[in-house]
Design a protein around this ligand. Sequence first.
Ligand SMILES: *Cc1c(COP(=O)(O)O)cnc(C)c1O
Length: 405
Amino acid sequence: MLIDHLNRQLREREAQALRRQRRIAESPCAPHQRVSVGDAPARELLAFCSNDYLGLANHPALIEALAEGARRHGAGSGASHLISGHSRAHAALEDDLAAWLAPSIPGARALSFCTGYMANLALLTALGDASATIFADKLNHASLIDGALLAKAAMQRYAHGNLAVLARQLERCTTPVKLIVTDAVFSMDGDLADLPGLLALAERHDAWLIVDDAHGFGVLGPQGRGSLAHFGLRSERLIVMGTLGKAAGLGGAFVAAHPTIIDWLVQAARAYIYTTAAPPAVAHGLRESLRLIGGEEGDRRRANLQQRIAQLRSGLTALTEAHPALGWHLADSATAIQPLIVGDNAAAMALAAALDAQGLWVPAIRPPTVPVGTARLRITLSATHSADDVQRLVQGLAHAAKDLA
Ligand SMILES: *Cc1c(COP(=O)(O)O)cnc(C)c1O
């Protein structure tokens, strides 16, 4: 019965070009990667899909730091943070992260998590009790949506980036606690939230601003300090969640905020309390990652990434203008996330397949991850892409455009 029910739904997804399939990476995360699907032999692809924006995931210094962390602290943590799994490595990482965010959040402390998904669940369920209202941008990441759904707080969603609607919602709100929740860089569109405008609203309405900086941390702002630093914001009302599996190249996440908020998360956040602490070697490795991000090498990598973004945008702008009939639309993004919106699910899949046939790996993103009718290629760039790599992608798309026209 259950199996029939599931098979029926799987067939429906297949018919709507919505069925997802995993590929197996046979080599480390990098622009040139060996990949296999099912039993077919592995192929070398040029990939534009990872969130490894600085190319640190396979950096020798980070690999060495991870190995050294394992030698020094062992392989596993053995327990949750509140039992016995909180190692010196976790504590030191939290101190580094607190110092990292201190220019934006005076007196901040930090708490480390296994993943960003869990950090968002922890944060929103622990702060979003029955006395709170959560105000959420409609394009927020799934983990923020799930966290808000799991919280006891009321939820109000505002149209993407619409601060006028948010201001009216805040004016009418009568709960004592108000939490504004937003992605800093929207993960499927690449655009930046108006964080200064949101912080001004938070200050006017005695609300708190929770910023998910998954795609800004390590990339934006001086020394890659993130989206808050990019805008030069500084306030005790800011609560930031950053992920450490994207630009930081390893895995995990953190929340940085007022010390009392961190204390409360340790007491009350179930997604923090009831889970085994990440291996301490990961925390140890992440300290090296912060050194790389904040140093000269980080600056060089960010400069390279900016050049690739500019190169791709000029190539794709020319291409979409040359083929208006295809209805392709390059999203208005200045970040490493450069979506090419195609519209129809099957058309997005066909385009991804046409690129795949040329050895180019770009994921097609379909509903429910993005709104119906806005299926797209989500092109992501990394500091380790060369100018030739980006040129190959632009030419590959031009080739596909001719075939599909
Ligand atoms: C990736 C992502 C997360 C989840 O982080 P993980 O560490 O991968 O679990 C949360 N929010 C946003 C905006 C993301 O892009």
